[in-house]
Write a protein that binds this ligand. Structure first.
Ligand SMILES: Cc1ncc(C[n+]2csc(CCOP(=O)(O)OP(=O)(O)O)c2C)c(N)n1
Ligand SMILES: [Mg+2]
Length: 335
């Protein structure tokens, strides 16, 4: 296993525009994610499952993909990744309010079950780990067609103990498929800590068994994530096969809006974790480097809040699905 670090961050090794764009994407996802919690607590959204704390790796991966050419088989925490690939706050608020024009599923799936035909994002299923098999299948099809697109798929560390993980990695490695397997290791599977899920501290170590590179990166360090993701995507695109990319990060919320992590984690533990939030850390770094001027970050936040306000108002007045459409796409249709 390789452990990736960012070394000294300077303008030379990742350019200033890229750094600003990374920050903007991370903050945009954070602002939207926070709004989803508010909509849930107001009783307007039935459920939310959050990507807060996971933004750095998702944005880093998304910015190394080519929207419309590459494919994503996501999991439920991938709000930031879907935004980088072109989905919008409107798309996602239409979904949590179960509106007819929700591009994810016409309001039929649970919130955070992402999907967009327009952006090559395949529909998220509720059984965890199945998306890795879908990704291997997509990459096999791309290889048979002679395409050089890349398929990214993502998963939590707890789900890597499912059998589908082994089958997908073994198949993709054997056939040198263009897949990047991203593991967002937040140390918990709902209330179960990682030590009770697996006997190895690093999911990336498992790559050895498949003969592919396994890289573990600090998921709070967006520069390290960006570089590592760039290598993995380039490797896949150039026909060298898959990479297992593990980002160690923190789930800064309860598992979902139906969970309360204070029942299984101490107040000290939760407070300590907050100190690792990837977003303020990155903001301070950009301000120290002079890439964000004083006031820039706050101006950007207000701009993004205004976008999410507009999306909320838009989605609230949007039409609900027609009652008679409830069974659409449930059974095969007659011709
Ligand atoms: C096959 C399957 N088993 C169990 C569940 C219930 N479940 C939903 S999320 C989850 C925890 C997954 O933890 P992890 O993979 O670490 O992802 P995280 O939520 O921490 O990002 C479980 C057990 C499920 N959805 N599918
Ligand atoms: Mg987890």
């Amino acid at each position: 296993m390789v452990v990736a670090r960012s070394h000294a961050v300077t303008r030379e090794n990742v350019d200033a525009d890229t750094l600003r764009t990374l920050y903007r994407h991370m903050l945009r996802s954070r602002v939207l994610d926070e709004r989803m919690w508010v909509l849930n607590r107001q009783g307007r959204a039935p459920f939310w499952i959050s990507g807060i704390g996971h933004e750095a790796i998702q944005v880093a991966v998304g910015m190394n993909m080519e929207p419309g050419r590459d494919w994503l088989a996501p999991y439920y925490r991938d709000l930031a990744l879907t935004l980088v690939l072109g989905m919008t706050p409107r798309d996602h608020i239409l979904s949590v309010l179960a509106k007819a024009d929700d591009p994810n599923s016409g309001g039929r799936q649970m919130p955070a079950h992402y999907g967009s035909r327009a952006h090559n994002i395949i529909s998220t299923g509720s059984p965890v780990t199945t998306q890795l098999l879908h990704a291997a299948g997509i990459a096999l099809a791309m290889k048979m067609r002679g395409e050089d697109s890349v398929c990214v798929t993502s998963i939590g560390e707890g789900s890597t103990s499912g059998g589908d993980f082994h089958e997908a990695l073994n198949f993709a490695a054997t056939h040198k498929l263009a897949v990047v397997f991203v593991v967002e290791n937040n140390g918990y599977a709902i209330s179960v800590p990682v030590e009770k899920q697996m006997a190895t501290p690093n999911v990336a170590d498992r790559a050895l068994a498949y003969g592919i590179p396994g890289v573990s990166v600090d998921g709070n360090d967006v520069i390290a994530c960006y570089r590592t993701a760039r290598d993995a995507v380039q490797r896949a695109r150039s026909g060298l096969g898959p990479t297992l990319l593990e980002a160690k990060l923190h789930r800064l919320t309860s598992h979902s809006s139906d969970d309360d992590q204070r029942r299984y984690r101490s107040a000290d533990d939760l407070a300590a974790e907050r100190a690792h939030d990837c977003l303020p850390h990155f903001r301070s770094m950009l301000e120290d480097l002079g890439i964000l001027a004083p006031g820039d970050a706050e101006r950007l936040r207000l701009e993004l809040v205004a976008e999410v306000d507009e999306a909320t108002a838009f989605a609230e007045q949007a039409a609900d699905p027609l009652a008679e459409s409830a069974l659409l796409h449930v059974y095969a249709e007659d011709d």
